[in-house]
Design a protein around this ligand. Structure first.
Ligand code: SAM
Length: 340
């Protein structure tokens, strides 16, 4: 069977190339900008087990998406490594023909103990979220007292297991971790690990987002440029989310993701599958499309692919380009639910 990319386009001419799969809505961190404790406290109702797709169901949904042109699959959450035996799912997905890039986004809290098993199962690489290099700031952001060093240990283990090139994602929030921009740039310059700074976004509606909290991409680039001059690099492929910059002195690259100040909806090739089997065609969506019923009613691969085709060809989302003070108030689904 050939795996030449099919070209199923949405109403704005965008192909489906990337699928982000949230394997759990649970996380062991309570990052204040994502799963604040006031909302995700001890009494928070996470998804019951029966509502969460099992590995076989996830694999079928992924196979259907690959038939429509998906080439990159990212496991995320919640925290994907809190899902038991995740390496078994990785092995199942690694066996799906047509996936060029199989990756995972993690807070790395459990990565040191899992990296080798994930690599052995066929995971290609990992992206690690890390918002600061000093414990005081990092703990203020993760809000569970988790120390920086254990994340760095996870990154080292991933490197040793061959899960590179590793990317580090850093959400930059005004007045909270702005100083971490230069700290992280310095720490990873020349290491082969690329740090990507992310504008704090108005995902979900529990984090109390305000435009004033956003440090614009241009300002982040300027701060780094003043210290270590950088030049923009052309994007590697359509739909690449980060604007890439290269250090003039040859110490590698950084990326900046500017969903708020320079939206990139025109090139968005991503779909998201929530842990309970709903497909979301925008990170800022208010509703998803139920695939779980279909998966559980015995639909075959062709029926699954047809359902996805109908969803994708009807897609017209471009939230970030339409963002206004009113849209910020919409009851958008939480990022911990559909996956970052
Ligand atoms: N638990 C995993 C992790 O920490 O990487 C995967 C899920 S997490 C939701 C994925 C990414 O989304 C993280 O890098 C996180 O920092 C980012 N994120 C969460 N809320 C965000 C927000 N409001 N704005 C920008 N990025 C956000």
């Amino acid at each position: 069977m050939s795996h030449a990319p099919l070209t199923v386009l949405d109403t704005l001419g965008r192909p489906m190339r990337d699928l982000r799969v949230s394997v759990t809505d649970r996380c062991n961190f309570r990052c204040t900008y994502c799963m604040p404790k006031e909302v995700y406290g001890a009494d928070h109702a996470f998804l019951p087990r029966a509502e969460i797709l099992d590995f076989e169901e996830i694999e079928r949904a992924v196979r259907a998406s690959v038939a429509l042109g998906v080439r990159k699959v990212r496991l995320t959450g919640g925290e994907p490594l809190v899902r038991r035996n995740l390496e078994a799912l990785v092995a199942m997905l690694a066996a799906v023909p047509g996936i060029d890039d199989l990756t995972l986004t993690t807070n790395a809290s459990l990565l040191a103990g899992k990296a080798q098993a994930l690599a052995d199962a066929g995971l290609h690489r990992v992206t690690v979220s890390l918002d600061a290099l000093d414990d005081a700031t990092f703990m203020r952001m993760n809000d569970v007292g988790f120390p920086v060093q254990r994340v760095l240990d996870g990154i080292a283990a991933a490197e040793a297991a061959g899960l590179g090139p590793i990317k580090v994602n850093t959400v930059v929030r005004r007045g909270l971790n702005e100083h971490a921009v230069l700290d992280l740039a310095e720490r990873f310059r020349g290491t082969g690990t690329t740090v990507r700074f992310i504008e704090y976004m108005d995902v979900g509606h529990t984090n109390g987002w305000r435009l004033d909290d956003v440090v614009p991409a241009a300002e982040i680039a300027e701060r780094i440029h003043e210290r270590w001059p950088i030049d923009p690099v052309d994007s590697a492929y359509r739909g690449e989310v980060a604007q890439r910059y290269r250090y003039r002195d040859g110490a590698g690259e950084i990326g900046i993701i500017s969903s708020v100040t320079q939206p990139f909806c025109g090139d968005c090739t991503r779909a998201r599958l929530s842990a309970d089997g709903h497909l979301y065609t925008c990170l800022f969506a208010t509703t998803g499309h139920d695939l779980r019923d279909l998966l559980r009613s015995g639909a075959d691969d062709a029926a699954m692919a047809e359902a996805l085709r109908v969803i994708w060809t009807g897609r017209s989302d471009r939230y970030s380009e339409l963002r206004t003070l009113d849209t910020v108030e919409l009851p958008k689904v939480e990022m911990s639910f559909i996956g970052g």
